[in-house]
Ligand binder design. Structure first.
Ligand SMILES: CC(C)(COP(=O)(O)OP(=O)(O)OC[C@H]1O[C@@H](n2cnc3c(N)ncnc32)[C@H](O)[C@@H]1OP(=O)(O)O)[C@@H](O)C(=O)NCCC(=O)NCCS
Length: 185
């Protein structure tokens, strides 16, 4: 079962980050990380070739209300995104009765390896289980994406299945590894 999400009034604080809705004023921060080759490609979208692309996507983040901006408190800028999307589990007989959302994330390259996304994910899991009434979250990574696999493992997701994902934007298929995390008892 899908859960309606609206991040527009939500602020989640962690030690180093604030997760909050995107605003139009985040455009230059967003473009700065989304235009770096090799970041979006690991998540299935091509890096932005122009600020107009970032502006269009930013507008969709604001309108769709599913994506948090990952704001770095000390550096005072947006360094990534974390989205709560419709999950494959909603179409899977074994899981479709669960109230579930899919988590997706991207982080600016210069911030990789500091445990920032695990920190953000754990805040979102707590919010989802306690406030949204989620019973589970799903997450996934492309087979070759060891960095995302490590985030998923460190956040204690359990592997469910492997499937093929076709990215229209990248015009290629990926082997997609899918995981689930149930609400702790
Ligand atoms: C996946 C991603 C969000 C991880 O965020 P993060 O905050 O760096 O996560 P962590 O700090 O926990 O690092 C995860 C793993 O990345 C690897 N790593 C760390 N620093 C790295 C670096 N500078 N370069 C390459 N890999 C690195 C390590 O294997 C680490 O695992 P470990 O903690 O067991 O050593 C980030 O790498 C990213 O934005 N990648 C591109 C987009 C993407 O893949 N999104 C997910 C789509 S499913």
């Amino acid at each position: 079962m899908d859960i309606k999400t609206d991040v527009s009034g939500v602020n989640l604080e962690t030690e180093r980050l604030t997760l909050r809705p995107f605003a139009e004023s985040d455009l230059s921060d967003f473009y700065a990380y989304a235009s770096v080759p090799g970041v979006g490609e690991m998540a299935g979208w091509p890096h932005h070739e122009s600020i107009a692309t970032s502006e269009r996507i930013l507008r969709s983040f604001i309108d769709e209300k599913e994506v948090f901006a990952v704001y770095h408190k000390a550096d005072r800028k947006v360094i990534g995104s974390l989205g709560l999307h419709r999950s494959w589990a909603n179409e899977d007989e074994a899981y479709k009765a669960l109230r579930v959302k899919e988590i997706g994330y991207v982080l600016a390259k210069e911030y990789w390896g500091q445990g920032l996304i695990p920190e953000a994910v754990s805040a979102v899991l707590e919010y989802g289980f306690d406030t949204l009434g989620a019973e589970a979250f799903t997450c996934g990574h492309f087979l070759e994406n060891d960095q995302s696999r490590r985030v998923i493992e460190k956040c204690r997701f359990k592997f469910v299945k492997r499937s093929e994902y076709y990215s229209q934007q990248m015009r290629r298929s990926f082997e997609d590894m899918k995981y689930i995390l149930n609400r702790p008892l």
